[in-house]
Design a protein around this ligand. Structure first.
Ligand SMILES: [Zn+2]
Length: 183
């Protein structure tokens, strides 16, 4: 009898742990990534960032300009962006481009490291999906977020850092709070 109780107890514990370890994937769905969890690193240039808006489509140019001004407007950060075409004294840290290619399946793409970022919007895929200006705006906000090392958020979260076609013209409360934490 004394031997059976611990055995039953162990079996029960085993059942409980398999249940609790079996479900986190679905339990995590929709969780907002906050503060440190919302970033994979930090760029070095945030306090003085020269950006060059090279986008050839006006919808892209407008989206990138909007993204830079919305990033500048995030409260309680040391983030500061200004336009530059690049010089020794005022180099480009973030370069913004348009592409128009069926070779890629993305709306936007960011290559970035701690010292430099290149952001692109792909007109081919955006146009195919009937993008509005606020859809373009969301892509630019998202790619600029990557330059600041923001990671993807779950699709159910209110954030420009989720992937896909959405309408956003500014960073959300969650995004702003995360940038304020990190920068
Ligand atoms: Zn992304």
């Amino acid at each position: 009898m004394l031997k059976k109780i611990p055995l039953l107890f162990v079996l029960l514990l085993g059942l409980i742990s398999s249940l609790s370890f079996g479900t986190p994937a679905s339990a995590d769905i929709g969780v907002e990534l906050r503060n440190a969890d919302a970033f994979s690193g930090k760029n070095y240039y945030y306090s003085s960032t020269g950006y060059y808006n090279n986008a050839s489509y006006s919808s892209h140019r407008s989206a990138f300009s909007n993204a830079a001004s919305k990033m500048n407007a995030v409260a309680n950060t040391s983030i500061s962006l200004h336009t530059t075409s690049g010089s020794k004294s005022d180099p480009i840290e973030i370069n913004m481009y348009s592409v128009n290619s069926s070779s890629y399946d993305w709306y936007g793409y960011a290559n970035y490291d701690t010292g430099y970022a290149t952001l692109r919007i792909n007109e081919y895929v955006c146009k195919n999906d009937g993008f509005s200006q606020s859809n373009y705006n969301k892509v630019a906000l998202h790619e600029l977020g990557h330059a600041y090392y923001a990671v993807h958020q779950h699709s159910s979260v209110s954030s420009v850092m989720k992937q896909g076609k959405y309408s956003y013209t500014d960073y959300t409360t969650l995004d702003k709070s995360n940038f304020a934490y990190k920068y």
